[in-house]
Design a protein around this ligand. Structure first.
Ligand code: SF4
Ligand code: SF4
Ligand code: SF4
Length: 419
């Protein structure tokens, strides 16, 4: 085992391979607050990549209703339980020391065990192979909320109010995280899984794979899947022709992936971030992903305690119980929700960029506009300005221009009936 630095955990950790980093990293931010659970993303991936024999059960992208849903069923509960048992056996607590938070440890320092550190002698990472029954349907418990504990008929007469609803659920959008320290790659005895140096995308070499399913077992997010017809494992390929700009539609510049580009809820923003030689994110305050994740800290990794340093980030849902969210997204939840609820001028502008173009945005500029609203949020004064945000692609060409206040176009009287 080598020692590598994991900035999500704020500390070094054990990993199968020594530290090595790509020049750029495929990453995305998902705004859970806006997802409508339409599964357009899920269908787009299926129609593009997993429509063949042996792939019937594969949903590389899926959207599950939390807290009960999961694909495969109960995937996160299973791994959290195993991690908890390992902590009990080691006499450790899975706690975070937020007092040590700083530049290279934005969420503090994780004091517990990762899935690599909790693994037994025969495994690289803690894991399990889900039985077929747990893959049999991708969307169990769709739209199922927690039960209301109050009035006799289970209906609240008081209604719901923030910061926490008593009855709740939310949609969790999931695909392979193209992790910085992929457990799937560490687990593979054939060394068939690799991380591309140009964009950090994690792929399975189908010619090397022998279908041992070690990746299926040890990916904590259960995003590597076995195909019986080829006897190999498969996973999300991050729509790499689009990311490379080699897809005919892309005109030579990186495009967002299929599941990102189709989202009608406008919850997804996908891009490539520059990675420094030591694995940290190269400073880029005008890159929308850098801005959301590093500067505003409004978007957080999914189960950072697993220790793979996943590269899909989430703006947590405002209404769900905080202890549940802290377990899922780490200790940055309260700050992320506070920033999202009363966004800074820059954050509000960057949030407009979600799903405005299929091209990846590498840089944004903000043109300041007039003050349009003064109000209070959570007892504090808050102002809204009608700023304009402009997005630029990899060739520094303008590809998006949006104002904070959406323009209203009134249909002229003579055309009232026309469609
Ligand atoms: S999410 Fe799983 S399959 Fe994807 S890179 Fe991470 S460990 Fe590998
Ligand atoms: S990035 Fe592409 S391959 Fe991966 S889940 Fe989305 S659509 Fe599927
Ligand atoms: S397409 Fe967008 S809004 Fe619809 S389920 Fe997927 S992430 Fe949510």
């Amino acid at each position: 085992m080598a020692e590598v630095y994991n900035w999500h955990l704020g500390r070094s950790m054990a990993y199968a391979f020594p530290e090595a980093h790509p020049q750029k990293q495929f990453a995305a931010v998902f705004n859970i607050n806006r997802c409508i659970g339409c599964q357009t993303c899920t269908g787009a991936c299926k129609a593009t990549w997993t429509f063949s024999r042996g792939q019937e059960y594969m949903w590389w992208n899926n959207v599950e209703s939390k807290p009960y849903g999961g694909y495969p069923q109960h995937w996160d509960i299973h791994i959290l339980q195993r991690l908890d048992e390992a902590h009990q056996a080691a006499g450790k607590q899975a706690e975070w020391d937020q007092a040590q938070a700083g530049e290279s440890a934005p969420y503090g320092v994780y004091q517990g065990l990762t899935i690599t550190e909790a693994a037994g002698a025969e495994q690289q990472a803690l894991g399990y192979i889900p039985p077929d029954t747990e893959w049999r349907a991708p969307n169990f418990y769709e739209d199922t909320s927690t039960g209301y504990q109050g009035d006799r008929l289970g209906i609240s007469t008081a209604g719901a109010s923030l910061p926490e609803h008593q009855t709740w659920f939310f949609y969790l959008q999931r695909l392979c995280n193209h992790c910085t320290y992929p457990a799937c790659a560490a687990a593979c005895p054939r060394k068939a899984i690799y991380k591309r140096p140009e964009d950090g995308i994690v792929l399975i070499d189908q010619a090397r794979c022998r279908g041992y399913r070690k990746c299926v077992e040890q990916c904590p997010y259960k995003k590597s899947m076995y195909r019986g017809t080829t006897r190999t494992s498969e996973k999300c390929v991050a729509c790499y022709p689009r990311v490379e700009g080699s897809d005919p539609l892309s005109e030579g510049v990186p495009m967002e992936t299929r599941c990102m580009a189709v989202c009608p809820g406008k919850i997804r923003l996908n891009g490539l971030v520059d990675i420094a030689a030591d694995g940290s994110w190269a400073e880029a305050p005008n890159h929308p992903l850098y801005h959301l994740i590093k500067i505003e800290k409004a978007a957080l990794p999914l189960y950072p305690q697993f220790g793979t340093e996943p590269n899909i980030y989430y703006i947590p849902p405002r209404w769900a119980p905080r202890p549940y969210l802290r377990q899922m997204f780490g200790p940055g939840v309260d700050e992320a929700i506070a920033r999202y609820a009363a966004p800074s001028r820059q954050l509000l502008a960057v949030l407009q960029l979600f799903r405005t173009t299929q091209r990846m945005i590498f840089r944004f500029e903000i043109e300041e506009g007039p003050l349009v609203l003064e109000t209070e949020v959570n007892g504090q004064p808050w102002q809204m300005f009608n700023d304009t945000v402009i997005g630029f692609d990899a060739k520094n060409r303008e590809v998006a221009r949006l104002s904070v206040v959406e323009p209203i176009h009134e249909r002229p009287a003579e055309r009232l009936n026309s469609i």
